[in-house]
Design a protein. Structure first.
Length: 350
């Protein structure tokens, strides 16, 4: 068990496995019309984090699923990370998770069932932290290890947050640092420096519980979590869905390590970064052309179990900051940008 390195058994890693935004749009495009359902508040008509169904009692059901191949070698931590990532979609809608169902694909002729058991144990530990049961699941024999959850949650409809409701003048906050994909790629290449070994895993295993708190603040106009499309990809979904643009102060974007630039210069750039950029790079304007490549590699870096991107009115900013501090997120209180009126570019970086 100690010699198992899960990442060697999969071609992708974490949310970097996600299909690029451009290709996903092609897959999901359809002329097939579904019957109207006036109780479906959020569905395929938007690019939000989860589906939301009106229960007609002032509350709504949030339903989501997320799964991927290993991003770390340790089976227990893989289960924890995949589970925190899946549960995050409920928090990103301002809701509280209530139950999870496991999704397991396992190469049973290659990897021992005891290793899969450790993955499940890791998942149970995160579900316990979230205060929900891991209530069942489904498994298949697959060529590569895959794990994730289907998660249900509840939210008061008045507290529901979406990713397409940002307003002009809103300030942007980010609750986790950027650079997970760069660090995990550096680790695969044996380039990771002493002191950086556990940064990515520790951050990926942190639950985004603060989302349920943000849901209760009226001045929080929009929210989403930052995962495989990178900070830039999920921000573009937010501003395009809201009919807005955004301006980002690159120097204010929190980075997971002071050595990110060094790792990029050594070639530790995930393949998903370029796939992301090919999908939406034409929508981004850079004020500093000299640093364009470096900034691109950070802003399009695929995140796994990333933080919440929050669009909050200036009037409510202090309330949000107080809550962030209360929950130990003092590193997240500096705005990284602002929502602006729609312009030629979806996002301008300065």
């Amino acid at each position: 068990m100690e010699d198992i390195k899960l990442t060697q058994y999969s071609h992708g890693a974490g949310c970097g496995c996600k299909i690029s935004p451009k290709i996903l749009d092609e897959i999901l495009h359809s002329n097939f019309s579904m019957p109207d359902n006036d109780r479906l508040i959020v569905g395929n008509h938007s690019k939000d984090d989860a589906a939301v169904y009106d229960l007609h009692n002032g509350k709504a059901l949030i339903s989501t699923t997320d799964f991927f191949m290993p991003i770390v070698d340790d089976p227990y931590n893989f289960g924890r990370i995949a589970s925190a990532n899946a549960i995050s979609d409920v928090y990103a809608m301002g809701g509280d998770p209530i139950m999870a169902i496991a999704i397991l694909g396992w190469p049973i002729n290659i990897l021992s069932p005891l290793v899969a058991r450790r993955v499940i144990e890791g998942s149970r530990s995160i579900c316990r932290e979230a205060g929900i049961p891991l209530a069942g699941g489904h498994s298949i024999d697959s060529p590569e290890p895959i794990f994730g959850l289907a998660v249900n949650g509840l939210v008061d409809i008045k507290n529901l947050k979406q990713n397409n409701t940002a307003q002009r003048g809103d300030l942007l906050l980010l609750t986790k640092k950027i650079g997970v994909g760069i660090l995990t790629t550096a680790e695969k290449k044996n380039l990771l420096k002493k002191g950086d070994e556990s940064l990515a895993a520790e951050q990926m295993m942190q639950l985004n519980k603060i989302g349920a708190i943000m849901g209760k603040i009226d001045g929080v106009h929009a929210m989403t979590d930052v995962t495989g499309f990178g900070l830039m990809g999920h921000l573009i979904e937010m501003v395009e869905g809201s009919g807005m643009s955004a301006k980002i102060n690159f120097s204010a974007v929190p980075l997971i390590s002071d050595r990110l630039v060094e790792y990029i210069e050594m070639g530790s750039v995930p393949g998903g970064t370029n796939r992301n950029w090919d999908s939406y790079g034409h929508k981004v304007h850079f004020g500093n052309i000299q640093h364009r490549v470096l900034q691109k590699n950070i802003l399009a870096d695929p995140q796994t179990s990333g933080g919440l991107l929050i669009a909050v009115s200036k009037d409510a900013l202090q309330d949000v900051i107080e809550q962030l501090k209360h929950y130990g997120l003092s590193d997240s209180i500096t705005p990284i940008g602002e929502i602006a009126a729609s312009e030629d570019f979806a996002v301008s970086v300065y």
